[in-house]
Design a protein. Structure first.
Length: 547
């Protein structure tokens, strides 16, 4: 049994938060890319899902080399997405519909098109302009070798050499991601001041919170420290490796000189005071990828951030034992600091859950299991339509990780294909122009319009489970999750005496004695039956039971 230390529940603790990837959500102007007006126009759809908040991936000024995570002005909107007034309207209209709004903030790096980086390139080694980034001399003869052996998370070296103003090759700069994303130097006060300005800029416009990109990476240890296993590290950071155990990742991911440095927490303590200085409960969620996962608790201590994504759960195998382990770990580790977990099945960086589990049935069952857990649930756009990864010819791929790996790593474009809204319209209603990634004909069957009227559709399963989740919360379902004994392959837990969940992770139906009279209130797939206290759970199915 687990006890949460918290007595009061904040809105984000139990929220369903829907991730909008704006470029692929809905195009309102026919240029083939989604935009903020497209999101505003679909607020009724978002409202119909029964979600509590939306988180938008970046739409700020950007040359878009990494899907907008290469920001050249964090306090302006990129013209491809609209104008600042559209962002303001979006916040206002979402609020009128009862939906909170979270934006992304990207503090680890700027775009190489940011004015600061241009100024750094035009300045001398050792200048204040260069000090806002990580510039260093190379090693060896002529400084021809990078300052250390760190690899980019997108493959290849994490250093690129610049041509100095005299036309000769000179210093190197650090980029943990693409060479168009120079890492910022958080020891430099200009950097911290500028981010505080950005935070206030958006909070002043009524924003409810931030998702902090690479929250664990902002401080680097001495750049003269080599990493002991750069290849192993790049491998372990991939999110498409379902089944990579916690312990295996821990072995590959401990002692990284550019992740999880203690000083990072000073930044979040400061940001927390800014968030708390605004009325109406503003929040921040960390995108932190650290192993062992117990280290994540540091990010959600009472004076730091409010939430941290649960990537360990996102990569968990469809196995009762592995799921129980991951859920236990998440709850226990965070309970130590009085925080509540979030549950993530999918995002724009990972394969879509239907593709990862290679089965719609398993994805439906996993969803109902996830939605029944205590804590916040993150949903990635299209997850509610049961979309699989898009089928993309290699020549259409755009992800820098595909390009930098020379095609070895297929990259994340598959999860970023635009949404199919309407089976009868061109590009399935996403855009009247040419979509920025091809939309394969197989997507048609998943279009939102076809799922609307079908009570057995993915879309309606999500709607029903979110509505029921809310109802159960008002009926006082317990915050505590208690595991029950069940046959092998079954995940079985209760939350208070009235609500229990059974998930069958195997290929065959399983009978479970629940020792009390129950009623099935929701099932991920038909075919369950109850006989006395015996519940028959079909293969790869989750049931919600009420007694
Ligand atoms: C994590 C983001 O989710 C991902 O899309 C991006 O490429 C990296 N951070 C770098 O900003």
């Amino acid at each position: 049994m687990f006890k949460s230390e918290k007595s009061t529940v904040a809105w984000w603790d139990t929220a369903v938060i829907y991730q909008v990837y704006p470029r692929s959500f809905k195009d309102s102007n026919g240029d083939g890319e989604g935009d903020l007006r497209g999101v505003i126009n679909e607020i009724p759809y978002l409202q119909s899902l029964g979600i509590d908040a939306i988180w938008l991936s970046p739409f700020f000024k950007s040359p878009n080399k990494d899907g907008g995570y290469d920001v050249s002005d964090p306090r302006d909107v990129d013209p491809r997405f609209g104008k600042i007034s559209d962002a303001e309207d979006l916040i206002e209209e979402a609020h009128s519909a009862g939906i909170k709004v979270i934006f992304d903030i990207v503090p680890n790096h700027f775009s190489s098109e940011h004015l600061w980086f241009k100024a750094a390139l035009a300045s001398k080694p050792g200048s204040p302009e260069r000090d806002r980034f990580h510039f260093a001399d190379g090693q060896g003869e002529g400084g021809n070798t990078p300052p250390n052996n760190w690899n980019s998370i997108f493959n290849g070296p994490a250093w690129t050499r610049v041509i100095e103003t005299d036309g000769k090759p000179g210093q190197w700069y650090l980029h943990l991601f693409d060479s168009s994303q120079p890492d910022l130097n958080w020891e430099n006060k200009d950097v911290s001041d500028d981010f505080e300005k950005t935070i206030r800029f958006w909070l002043d416009r009524g924003l409810d919170g931030f998702r902090i990109d690479v929250a664990h990476g902002l401080y680097k240890s001495d750049i003269h420290t080599n990493h002991r296993d750069p290849e192993g590290l790049t491998h372990a950071l991939r999110l498409d490796l379902g089944g990579m155990d916690h312990d295996v990742r821990t072995a590959l991911l401990s002692d990284i000189p550019f992740f999880g440095q203690t000083k990072t927490h000073e930044i979040y303590r400061k940001w927390r005071t800014i968030l708390d200085s605004y009325p109406d409960k503003r929040m921040a969620v960390a995108e932190a990828f650290l192993y062992p996962t117990s280290r994540l608790a540091d990010y959600v201590r009472p004076d730091e951030l409010h939430q941290v994504f649960n990537f360990d759960y996102m990569a968990v195998e469809w196995s009762a034992e592995k799921i129980r382990d991951s859920v236990n770990r998440s709850i226990q580790e965070l309970a130590g600091v009085g925080a509540i977990p979030s549950w993530v099945m999918d995002n724009h960086d990972s394969p879509r859950v239907v593709s990862r589990l290679k089965s719609e049935d398993k994805a439906r069952a996993f969803a109902l299991l996830t939605h029944a857990l205590p804590g916040a649930v993150y949903v990635y756009q299209g997850e509610e339509l049961g979309l699989a990864d898009g089928i993309i010819p290699d020549e259409a791929r755009q992800d820098p990780s595909y390009i930098r790996s020379g095609g070895k790593d297929k990259g994340r474009d598959g999860a970023r294909v635009p949404l199919p809204w309407n089976s009868k319209e061109s590009n399935f209603g996403f855009s009247t122009g040419t979509p920025w990634l091809p939309m394969h004909s197989s997507m048609k069957a998943h279009s939102a319009d076809l799922q609307e009227g079908d009570s057995g559709s993915f879309l309606n399963l999500y709607r029903t489970s979110f509505a029921l989740r809310k109802r159960l919360a008002t009926q006082g379902v317990s915050k505590e999750l208690v595991w029950r004994e069940g046959p092998e392959g079954i995940v079985y837990f209760t939350r208070g005496s009235g609500f229990s969940v059974l998930a069958n992770t195997t290929d065959a139906p399983i009978d479970v004695n629940v020792h009390t009279a129950v009623m099935v209130i929701l099932e991920s797939k038909g075919g369950a039956s109850v006989d006395g206290t015996i519940v028959t759970v079909p293969a790869h199915t989750t049931l919600w039971l009420q007694s």
